[in-house]
Design a protein around this ligand. Structure first.
Ligand SMILES: Cc1cc2nc3c(=O)[nH]c(=O)nc-3n(C[C@H](O)[C@H](O)[C@H](O)COP(=O)(O)OP(=O)(O)OC[C@H]3O[C@@H](n4cnc5c(N)ncnc54)[C@H](O)[C@@H]3O)c2cc1C
Ligand SMILES: *[C@@H]1O[C@H](CO)[C@@H](O)[C@H](O)[C@H]1NC(C)=O
Ligand SMILES: *[C@@H]1O[C@H](CO)[C@@H](O)[C@H](O)[C@H]1NC(C)=O
Length: 426
């Protein structure tokens, strides 16, 4: 592809920013990114909040290796390094955890126990003292079993996205925000194959390009209906507690703490003193807003969490920091990801679209923020190679992401089963 050929990237979230960055780094000079939200990082990006876990343990060594690559970049790329904090990662199950949670934990421990990158970095958690050794400020009962991994931590996610955005701007990438893409434009070539040539926005603007990359996250099916149910929008809850400066100071440097059956939290944000908490579970789908048999897509209103998730967060706090367990939860919202049936990403050309004109980079399955430094490179490589050689990242025709996912506990709840009073702003 010519370096000055126009490239269109649709969606300026985690995948989109990294994709723009890597194409620009590779010397492409006419890149435009279209984003529905009015600013970058976008309000609707799953990556746009205070912090995300950065860890390399995976059931599957393929992703463990990618995560190690990404972590190396988090530590050494001057653009991102200021936002990576290696506080360690405490992963455990509470006494009440179901067997599935215990099995998943053992698998993820298995993936790193023998790996040279983690030598001397892993210690078992068998009793309360093993926890208070690494997090002396935790004063709850914590009858947990698991392990502590020193070679992991978190990234300040919104700040990292902002850094990538600035780098893109400096490399000449153009951003057009506040105007959602409504549909793609296709043209029929002489051999009657369909080629994607651009996109039209809600306000009626037309953008043309030789290569179009869809990085729409959970909203992919709204612009590319033929993706069908191979991706399903799936959401998790996020909530915060406002700490005083003194309270935040006490929690400075705590590890990312994750009870698989309850949820996780991070060191308080250094700027706002907000403590971010996420309950675990299979999350929420929104199949009800599309037609029968259609995909799950994100709803418009997301500033809520369910009472069941609020209860899980409070149980997590009673176990670890009981003094905070009854505090008000604020900035509550659902965060939407694009799940696939097997949690594999999709980085591929859209079939039956000619001249390699349309790429999908999605299917993050809730585990892709850590890949921010490298995820965009995969579309650059795909465009260069002309074919996806990595089988697991191919288009997943006929797959249905509405089913059970091996490493999640329980089944997602569809929003139709959440009372309207909870999921509206009344
Ligand atoms: C609660 C929660 C916790 C998580 N924790 C972690 C973690 O600890 N570690 C980790 O690695 N990952 C984590 N993730 C997952 C991570 O956030 C996602 O994998 C990643 O952000 C997905 O990136 P994306 O670019 O595919 O989607 P997004 O970042 O959501 O980007 C999609 C973009 O497309 C835009 N868009 C949508 N429709 C249109 C349209 N029609 N036109 C133009 N633009 C449009 C959206 O506004 C958005 O900006 C978590 C996710 C959630 C929900
Ligand atoms: C096909 O794509 C190449 C770049 O990959 C471009 O140079 C060429 O013009 C495209 N062909 C058509 C018919 O658009
Ligand atoms: C970039 O591509 C667009 C779409 O084809 C075109 O209108 C514009 O002139 C190009 N800009 C440059 C600097 O080449």
């Amino acid at each position: 592809m010519e370096k000055d050929a126009p490239i269109l990237i649709i969606g300026a979230g985690t995948f989109g920013l990294s994709t723009a960055y890597h194409f620009a780094q590779a010397g492409h000079s006419n890149i435009t990114v279209l984003e529905k939200s009015t600013a970058v990082p976008p309000a609707d990006s799953a990556g746009n909040d205070l912090n995300k876990i950065i860890r390399a343990e995976y059931e599957d060594p393929f992703y463990a290796e990618l995560a190690l690559q990404a972590m190396a970049a988090w530590k050494t790329n001057p653009l991102l390094a200021p936002y990576y904090h290696e506080t360690g990662y405490l992963l455990a199950n509470s006494a009440a955890a179901p067997d599935k949670a215990k099995k998943t934990l053992l698998k993820s421990l298995g993936s790193i126990q023998q790996h040279p990158a983690f030598r001397g970095k892993i210690s078992p958690i068998e009793r309360r003292e093993d926890i208070t050794k690494v997090a002396p400020v935790f004063d709850g009962p914590m009858e947990w079993k698991g392990y502590f991994n020193r070679f992991a931590g978190y990234a300040q996610s919104a700040d990292a996205l902002t850094a990538m955005y600035s780098a893109c701007c400096a490399l000449g990438v153009k951003f057009r925000t506040g105007d959602a893409v409504k549909s793609l434009i296709y043209t029929l070539d002489k051999d009657s194959s369909r080629r994607c040539t651009g996109a039209v926005t809600e306000s009626g603007k037309t953008y043309t390009a030789v290569l179009i990359v869809l990085t729409l996250g959970a909203a992919l099916a709204t612009v590319l209906p033929e993706v069908g149910r191979q991706v399903a929008a799936n959401a998790w809850s996020v909530a915060h507690i406002q700490l005083t400066p003194a309270e935040a100071e006490k929690l400075r440097g705590i590890p990312v703490t994750y009870a698989r059956d309850l949820g996780f939290f991070f060191e308080p944000d250094r700027r706002t003193n907000l403590l971010k908490l996420c309950p675990s579970g299979a999350g929420y789908t929104n199949f009800c807003s599309s037609s029968e048999g259609g995909p799950s897509v994100p709803p418009d209103f997301n500033a809520f969490i369910t009472p069941a998730d609020e209860d899980k967060i409070r149980r997590l706090l009673r176990e670890t920091l009981p003094g905070l367990a009854e505090r008000p939860l604020i900035n509550k919202h659902l965060c939407w990801c694009a799940d696939t049936a097997d949690s594999e990403y999709i980085i591929d050309f859209v079939p039956e679209t000619s001249n390699n004109s349309l790429i999908v980079a999605s299917g993050d399955s809730g585990h892709a923020f850590k890949m921010l430094p490298i995820v965009g490179q995969w579309s650059v490589e795909l465009a260069r190679a002309g074919k996806q050689e990595t089988k697991r990242w191919r288009w997943k025709a006929g797959q249905d992401a509405g089913g059970d996912v091996s490493w999640r506990i329980g089944r997602p709840v569809d929003l139709r089963d959440v009372p309207l009073a909870v999921r509206s702003n009344m």
